[in-house]
Ligand binder design. Structure first.
Ligand SMILES: [Cu+2]
Length: 325
């Protein structure tokens, strides 16, 4: 049990279950240290359906070259693989559970049939270890979405069971012109005594590591741009606990979509910081006005440290837009 939790006479064993550390001997998939998350997942085509395969496993995941977590994740990646589809597609997603506990997958924000919604014990019997469940839906929306475990969510999403779901619109003009695109998917971790606990908004369980697309700064991706180019940056609140005020240096951006829905031009607005809460998505366009290294980072400075320590100018929720002439 993490120190600091307040025990009372009535604290039940059940309340402890979801906060336990991942046991290192539960790791059942080997991943290379250099593994990157959010990699494109290719579907097969079957009878007019795009069919995807997700597999939930336990694996060691490097958030920094010298720091790994014992993660629950999809297809050996944190975030899980990127499912990128088109508006109008017919979709099937087979989910196989190799976790030591039941799970489900919820398709956050999608219009679909209730029994495909993935709310464990509400809309379906959770997928038991060793079982496969097939989700099916038609993509009637477009924009930035994500998927995540919806069973013991406080534990499972915290341990890495989430991934990006992007639906390209039929009408390409719906997305403003841009030269580069970057997903900024947030997550919080608790590593203590070499063990990975699910980070929770609870005394004794607060996170001490923070990741963008599964990596802590300085291991986060650097985005190369040229002066005058536009970046479409898609913030995703795939984390469980904090609202992260995500800030970009070098001048304001324009918020063009929220939660997958494009904002009409009259509702678009300029800002230099957006509060990205758990579950939210914000798409923004940032123009590279001047050359140099411009930061994207959370404005809660503790979230730009790694276990309370700044490394090479920061940590955690930080990445660089590297703009050349
Ligand atoms: Cu933050």
């Amino acid at each position: 049990m993490p120190p600091g939790m307040i025990m009372t006479r009535t604290l039940s064993g059940e309340s402890m279950r979801d906060m336990r550390a991942v046991l290192p001997d539960e790791v059942n998939k080997n991943i290379t240290v250099q593994g990157q998350g959010d990699q494109p997942l290719e579907p097969t085509l079957e009878n007019g359906y795009k069919v995807f395969h997700l597999e939930a496993n336990v694996f060691k995941w490097n958030i920094l070259p010298n720091k790994s977590v014992d993660a629950y994740g999809f297809n050996g990646q944190v975030p899980g693989p990127r499912i990128r589809i088109k508006e109008g597609d017919h979709i099937k997603i087979n989910v196989t559970n190799h976790l030591p506990e039941p799970t489900t997958v919820h398709w956050h924000g999608l219009i679909l049939d209730n029994e495909m919604d993935g709310a464990g014990e509400i809309t379906q019997r959770p997928i038991q270890p060793g079982e496969t469940f097939t989700y099916t839906f038609d993509a009637v929306q477009s924009g930035m979405y994500f998927y995540h475990s919806h069973y013991a969510t406080d534990r499972q999403q915290s341990l890495g069971l989430y991934g990006m779901l992007m639906i390209d619109p039929k009408d390409k003009n719906q997305v403003p012109e841009h030269d580069v695109e970057a997903v900024v998917s947030l997550q919080e971790w608790l590593i203590r005594d070499g063990l990975t606990f699910p980070a929770m908004s609870m005394e004794g369980a607060f996170p001490n590591y923070f990741t963008i697309n599964g990596k802590s700064f300085p291991a986060t991706e650097t985005i190369k741009m040229k002066v005058g180019q536009k970046a479409l940056i898609r913030f995703v609140g795939s984390n469980n606990n904090f609202i992260h005020p995500m800030h970009i240096h070098g001048g304001p951006f324009e918020v063009i979509a929220q939660d997958g829905e494009p904002l009409p031009s009259s509702a678009r607005y300029k800002a230099d910081t957006v509060n990205v809460g758990p579950g939210q998505r914000f798409d923004v366009i940032w123009i590279a006005r001047k050359p140099g290294k411009w930061l994207i980072h959370c404005h809660i400075p503790h979230h730009t440290t790694n276990d309370n320590v700044e490394v090479q100018g920061g940590g955690g929720l930080m990445m660089i837009l590297d703009v050349s002439e």
